[in-house]
Design a protein. Structure first.
Length: 205
């Protein structure tokens, strides 16, 4: 007898096995249908120090509040809005002393595409980034950031170790984003509308 609930359990087991055994390969697969065990809605973070909403970024006065540690966080609503917060270090293979720190924030609308990918469409005037590059002539400026982003696939699994939902976003170039766990639902987000500049109909925020 194959009940609905045992089908769900099987889906969990397959999703779990795939992500453990074929971690690298899974990045190529469309995870959206098999791994969508809960809604995208909520705030997801790689660790509790980095979260969307709150004081991470104030786009109006171009300021960031630096988290205690690096990490990433995304929030999604059921109505098609997203918010993204990242604080990361990247090393430079050519010059290992040139470790670049960047902190960025943007929000806007997202779409789930038919082929299982996800596209973020930021509100162009609201995104902000600050790059600290010890090897660049000019560093530390906070500037506007507007990065339309395509994630080739995404998936949500149950992390039995933590007893929490885990989200994996995989970039179009195959790079896996750090895994994130569900921190809050409803999500913690700044208002899901243009906060600065003018919106698509030319009206000021
Ligand atoms: C994911 O699951 C939620 C809850 O069951 C559902 O509302 C949503 O439409 C699903 N999304 C996709 C892309 O399948
Ligand atoms: C930006 O505005 C926030 C909220 O009013 C304030 O807490 C923060 O100190 C301001 N930052 C700068 C750099 O002006
Ligand atoms: C790496 O550092 C060199 C200078 O040493 C610089 O020219 C290059 O743009 C850097 N690459 C990245 C990806 O930051
Ligand atoms: C998936 O769909 C998106 C949106 O239509 C598109 O930009 C992307 O190129 C597609 N990916 C592949 C692998 O076809
Ligand atoms: C632009 O902003 C105005 C005022 O807040 C709002 O009424 C309108 O719906 C917005 N248009 C778009 C396309 O977001």
């Amino acid at each position: 007898m194959f009940t609905f609930s045992s089908a769900r359990t099987l889906a969990f087991a397959i999703a779990g096995a795939a992500s453990v055994a074929f971690g690298g390969v899974a990045a190529q697969a469309d995870l959206s249908s098999t791994n969508n065990i809960t809604s995208l809605a909520g705030t997801w973070s790689s660790n509790s120090h980095v979260e969307t909403g709150g004081s991470f970024c104030n786009p109006a006065n171009y300021s960031f509040t630096y988290p205690l540690t690096t990490g990433i966080s995304y929030s999604f609503t059921d109505t098609g809005f997203f918010e993204e917060a990242q604080y990361r270090f990247t090393s430079n293979a050519t010059n290992p002393k040139c470790i670049t720190a960047y902190i960025l924030w943007q929000h806007g609308k997202f779409e789930l595409n038919d082929n299982g990918s996800m596209t973020l469409y930021p509100f162009p005037s609201d995104g902000r980034i600050q790059v600290q590059d010890p090897c660049a002539a000019v560093t530390n400026l906070i500037t506007e950031y507007n990065q339309q982003t395509l994630y080739a696939d995404w998936g949500i699994t149950m992390d039995s170790t933590r007893g929490n939902y885990k989200m994996q976003l995989n970039r179009f170039d195959g790079a896996k984003m750090p895994p994130m766990w569900l921190m809050a639902n409803p999500p913690n987000m700044l208002p899901t509308q243009y906060l600065t500049g003018v919106n698509a109909s030319g009206q000021a925020a």
